[in-house]
Design a protein around this ligand. Structure first.
Ligand SMILES: Cc1ncc(COP(=O)(O)O)c(C=O)c1O
Length: 286
């Protein structure tokens, strides 16, 4: 048999995908299973979203969209960043892709060179390390222990950053721990990052809306605007709107990074993207 790429060495089958398969198999055998594997909301995609997609398809909205996403969807993303995160992104600072996962992949493929390091607060979502390794980076884990509420301390972050650090990945609320980052902690993290201009900062805000007990979400580009030209703010509709299978993710970031990512994203954003924002998700427009 012809061989496989060396770059796959050390990259296993996703543990969460394997758990999902196992849970499905046990369910099929009739067992009562509550699967805590993939981050899958337990409610269906809102009906008006499904209706809008069907109407869009029937209206012929089934052709290739622009590489960076349909203009109407990008405008909806721009409005979302302004409304919910107090972040101003120009349209050429926004990219839509097939899920946040693809955004993360594109970002790492567009930036990582051999020898680069990715600083990863852990425990973390399994795909960050796999994608970073696939792109050629080494992982530098920053332990965020249970005793500290799985929060990232500024001191631990400072100790992990080296001249080779290319990315820091932030994910609050985080998978798998659910840890959130209070604004004071984010300010301390930002103060560390101000000292290290070689570091790109990826904030995966996909669980932004899954917060409880009156906690107020914040995101780093808003907390420290002087970092904004090094921050990629990643989000998507999978978790907040129960649209995991639709594969719509988006990000805001500096124009040069978005342009570089566009060179990596061989994808077709979902065909219904143009219509959905006009109808909105849930009670709010996207
Ligand atoms: C932290 C985190 N980011 C991103 C994703 C994937 O998001 P998307 O469905 O938009 O690719 C997941 C999915 O489990 C996740 O847990």
């Amino acid at each position: 048999m012809p061989g496989f790429a060396d770059r796959l060495n050390g990259i296993g089958i996703s543990a969460s995908a394997a758990m999902t398969d196992k849970a499905s198999a046990l369910k099929a055998e009739g067992m009562k299973i509550i699967s805590l594997s993939s981050g899958e909301p337990d409610f269906p995609t809102p009906e008006h979203v499904v209706d809008a997609a069907i109407a869009a398809a029937r209206a012929g909205d089934t052709k290739y969209p622009p590489q960076d996403g349909k203009p109407a969807l990008k405008k909806a993303v721009q409005a979302k960043f302004q409304r919910e995160n107090n972040l101003d992104y120009a349209l050429n600072e926004i990219l839509v892709a097939n899920g946040a996962k693809q955004i993360i992949y594109d970002a790492m493929m567009a930036t990582i060179n051999p020898g680069d390091e990715v600083v990863l607060p852990t425990p973390s979502w399994i795909s960050y390390a796999d994608i970073a390794r696939l792109a050629g980076a080494s992982i530098v884990p920053v332990p965020c222990p249970a005793e500290g509420g799985f929060r990232l301390s500024a001191a631990a972050l400072e100790a992990a950053i080296t001249p080779k650090t290319k990315w820091l990945v932030l994910n609050f609320p985080g998978n798998p721990t659910g840890a959130c980052c209070p604004r004071a902690d984010m300010e301390a993290i930002a103060a560390v990052l101000m000292k290290h201009p070689q570091v790109w900062i990826m904030t995966d805000d996909i669980y932004e809306h899954l917060i409880y007990d009156g906690f107020t979400f914040c995101t780093i580009a808003e907390v420290e605007p002087r970092l904004k030209d090094r921050v990629l703010t990643v989000n998507g509709v999978s978790k907040a709107y129960a649209m995991t299978g639709w594969r719509v993710g988006y990000c805001g970031g500096p124009r040069a990074l978005i342009a570089a990512m566009c060179k990596c994203c061989f994808k077709i954003p979902h065909m219904c993207c143009r219509k959905i924002p006009q109808h909105g998700y849930g009670d709010q427009p996207l």
